[in-house]
Structure formats: structure tokens, C-alpha cells
Design a protein around this ligand. Structure first.
Ligand SMILES: Cc1cc2nc3c(=O)[nH]c(=O)nc-3n(C[C@H](O)[C@H](O)[C@H](O)COP(=O)(O)OP(=O)(O)OC[C@H]3O[C@@H](n4cnc5c(N)ncnc54)[C@H](O)[C@@H]3O)c2cc1C
Length: 393
């Protein structure tokens, strides 16, 4: 197993690094590096810059307008973006629904939906979870009834991330109650501006508006917005979930945040505390172990081997690491992490209030926000069940 990058891969990294550094707006990078609130405009501005270069769909094959990069090149791109402080690519369009449209959509659907995703113009949301159907996703109840050349959709989705900005939503809907629950699900693309779609905010522990409830009340959806075959949506949904879980691991962001944790610990003086340093060292070991795991997968893919299906494992380790660094940052900042200061979440905030030398007021909010990571994308308990089944049979 060879974990080293080739000279060509190193050169590719350099190319990405200099392009990202030259094109990433400094005001956006500042917000990302200091964990300040990113507006829709911030996220979409960066998405469009990438889109113009042809890199928003960085995982896409050439035939669909992507760069056709290898798994290693994709990894290097993600790493350089994270280290430079780019916003995370909002995954619902380019990372989640696009591969499903490519794999199972018609040529007309490719032409209709992929360009808007590749350019960053169209904002997508994910409509999987419902009240009572999260881990048990196959029990979704939102109903889509075929009437002529339309589906009439009724029901509710929940926890819809950034759905307040959504223009389109991909939904799992029930089209049949026959047989096993999985066999009656279809995959439908819905225009969120359609009459009968209502989006309501859910406020999170950190005070932010990140997730929503989405209601469908007799929403008419043209039948040509069904992906693949009716009642086969479960197969397409699973294709998408493995992309989501690998993406959530985000080892590159963990590397950047580890360095930020060290800076905070040094400035706040807790770096001198051996026991606190031990905690940072343990975290660093886990980050390196996660990176090794990612590199092993890449190495296996490079040599044509089929790597173990470890998306669940990456999700568990990555999400736990995210929670640990957010906790250690909060502990390192001590009382300065505690106050909830609205200004600290606002654009342009520089951390400039008395006593807050680091601009670290959002740390408590970040700590609260990170509690989500072991729940979303399939809870870690459920991932452990999947890993156990894969490994133990
Ligand atoms: C911040 C955030 C953003 C999200 N964004 C989206 C989104 O954009 N789109 C979307 O569709 N969904 C989204 N989700 C929903 C997410 O996928 C679900 O919350 C998740 O799958 C868990 O489902 P649940 O909330 O219904 O919890 P439940 O399934 O009710 O689980 C409750 C608890 O029971 C445990 N549990 C359940 N079943 C088992 C089992 N078989 N074995 C062991 N333990 C079990 C779980 O681990 C959990 O601790 C988001 C969630 C959060 C928190």
C-alpha cells in the first residue's frame, strides 16, 4: 500500500492551491476561519466562482461537464479548499442529487437539471426525513398520487437544512403501500415555488436558523420530475446516502480546526496545562488516524481494488472528532466562549469587544451546533449497526 502522493499529484495540489488562494474572496475566508455566520450570498458567491471554473461539481465525470478527477485528485481539492478556508460546498445539489440524476435520470433530466447545479445558480434541498421517519427512513409517509401526467403530493418533511433558501427539493415520497415499505418509495424532484409548498423555520440550540419543516399541501408535480422508475426510489436514495456520509467525515476541515484549537489554547494559556495538551494530542492522533483511513481508501481505489464499504465508519469517526474539537475550543476559551452575542454571528464581526482577544465568542454556539453531527446523515448508533453488519455479517 502506497500512501505517498506522486509528483504529478503534488503538482496538481500546487495548481489547486494557487487557484484557490487567488480566487477565494478574503471576506469569506475570514468568516470561515473564525467560524462566523455565512449568509446565503456568501455561500452562493463561492459556489458560483467554483462553478465558473467547472469545479463545483468536482466529483463529476467529464461527460456531465465535471473535471473527471481521480479519487486522489478530489481528495487533494477538498483538502486545499478546507485549509484555505473556503465555505463547505453545500452538498445537496452537486454532491447528493446530481450523482442520482446522472445515474438514473433521463437525458432530458440531465439537460434540464445538471447545468443549474454545476454553475451554482440553483439551490437544492434534501427532503428525506419526516416526523417519525428519520433512522427508519423506509417508513416515509409523504404521499404522491399519480393523476394523469402529474403527481399530487401531500405530507411533511423535517430538518430540511437551509431549506429557507431552497429552490428545488429532492424528496422520497410514498407511491405504494404494497409489499415491504422500501418497495413503495419514489424519488421526486419538486420545485419549491410550487403552490402548496410551505417552509417553516426550526430554531436550533445555538439560536441559528439552519433547519426547517417543509409542508406539501396538494402540490402538483409534473410526472417528468420523477427520477427513474416509480417505487424504485429506495435504491436511488441509498446511492445518495453513501455520498452524504463520506462527505460528512470532512477530515480536512478537522485538520484546519485542530490548528485553530492550538492557537486558541496558546493564546488563552491552557497550552501550559499538561492535561489539556494531552487532550489535544489525543485528538490529533485521531485526526491523523482518520486521514490514514481516508488515504488507505484512496490507495485501494488507485490500485483498482474495491475498498471496504466504510462510509459509515468515516461518518462516525469524523463526526466525533468535530464534536471533540468544538468542545476543546470552548473549554480553552473558558468564560469568553460562553456569552451568546448576536453580533458575533453577524457578517463583518471582528471579535472586537472587551476581553475577547480571539473573537471566540461563537465557540459556545459552535459547540452546541456540532451536537448535530452525530445525528444527521444517519445517526451514529445506526451507523454502528451498519458497520457491525458489514464486518460481522
Ligand atoms: C442539523 C440537522 C440537519 C439535518 N438535515 C437534514 C436534511 O437536510 N434533510 C433530511 O432529509 N434530513 C435531515 N436531517 C435529519 C436526520 O437525517 C435525522 O435526524 C436522523 O436520520 C435521525 O432521525 P430522527 O431525528 O428521526 O431520530 P430517530 O430516528 O427518532 O432516533 C432517535 C434516537 O434513537 C436512536 N436509534 C434509532 N434507531 C435505532 C436503532 N435501530 N438502533 C440503535 N439506535 C437507534 C438514534 O440513534 C437516536 O439517538 C437533519 C438532522 C439534523 C439534526
Amino acid at each position: 500500500m502506497d500512501l505517498a502522493f506522486t509528483p504529478e499529484e503534488q503538482a496538481f495540489r500546487e495548481e489547486i492551491r494557487s487557484w484557490v488562494r487567488a480566487n477565494l474572496p478574503e471576506d469569506i475566508a475570514h468568516k470561515v476561519r473564525n467560524d462566523l455566520h455565512l449568509t446565503r450570498e456568501d455561500m452562493q458567491r463561492w459556489a458560483k466562482i467554483l462553478g465558473k471554473k467547472g469545479w463545483l461539481g468536482y466529483g463529476w465525470p467529464k461527460e456531465f461537464g465535471g473535471p473527471g478527477w481521480s479519487a486522489v485528485q478530489k481528495h487533494l481539492f477538498e483538502e486545499e479548499c478546507a485549509l484555505a478556508g473556503t465555505p463547505r460546498i453545500v452538498p445537496f445539489g452537486p454532491v447528493m442529487v446530481a450523482p442520482v440524476i446522472m445515474a438514473y435520470g433521463t437525458p432530458e433530466q440531465h439537460q434540464r437539471f445538471l447545468p443549474g447545479i454545476a454553475s451554482g445558480e440553483v439551490w437544492w434541498s434534501q427532503g428525506y426525513s419526516e416526523p417519525g421517519s428519520g433512522s427508519d427512513l423506509a417508513s416515509v409517509k409523504t404521499r404522491a398520487e399519480r393523476v394523469g401526467d402529474k403527481y399530487i403530493v401531500n405530507g411533511q418533511k423535517t430538518w430540511t437544512t437551509l431549506g429557507q433558501y431552497g429552490e428545488w427539493i429532492f424528496c422520497l415520497v410514498r407511491t405504494s403501500n404494497e409489499g415491504k415499505p422500501q418497495t413503495g418509495i419514489s424519488f421526486l424532484l419538486v420545485d419549491m415555488k410550487s403552490p402548496g409548498v410551505t417552509v417553516r423555520p426550526i430554531k436550533l440550540l445555538d439560536g441559528s436558523h439552519e433547519v426547517n419543516e417543509v409542508f406539501f399541501d396538494n402540490v402538483q408535480v409534473p410526472a417528468d420530475q420523477l427520477i427513474g422508475e416509480e417505487n424504485k426510489g429506495w435504491t436511488y436514495a441509498k446511492h445518495l446516502l453513501s455520498h452524504e456520509r463520506t462527505n460528512i467525515a470532512d477530515v480536512n476541515r478537522a485538520k484546519r480546526e485542530l490548528e485553530r484549537l492550538k492557537r486558541i489554547a496558546k493564546t488563552e494559556g491552557v497550552w501550559e496545562d499538561q492535561r489539556f495538551r494531552d487532550q489535544i494530542a489525543l485528538l490529533e492522533i485521531d485526526v491523523i488516524a482518520l486521514e490514514m483511513l481516508v488515504l488507505r481508501v484512496l490507495s485501494a481505489m488507485k490500485s483498482g481494488k474495491n475498498p471496504l464499504d466504510i462510509a459509515g465508519l468515516l461518518k462516525i469517526k469524523g463526526s466525533e472528532i468535530q464534536q471533540r474539537y468544538s468542545e476543546l475550543m470552548m473549554l480553552a476559551a473558558g468564560p469568553y466562549a460562553l456569552p451568546y452575542i448576536q453580533e458575533a454571528m453577524e457578517a463583518g464581526y471582528q471579535g472586537d469587544f472587551p476581553g475577547n482577544v480571539l473573537g471566540n465568542a461563537p465557540l459556545a454556539a459552535t459547540y452546541f451546533n456540532m451536537r448535530k453531527t452525530t445525528i444527521y446523515g444517519g445517526s451514529n448508533e445506526v451507523q454502528r449497526n451498519i458497520v457491525a453488519q458489514t464486518v460481522l455479517g
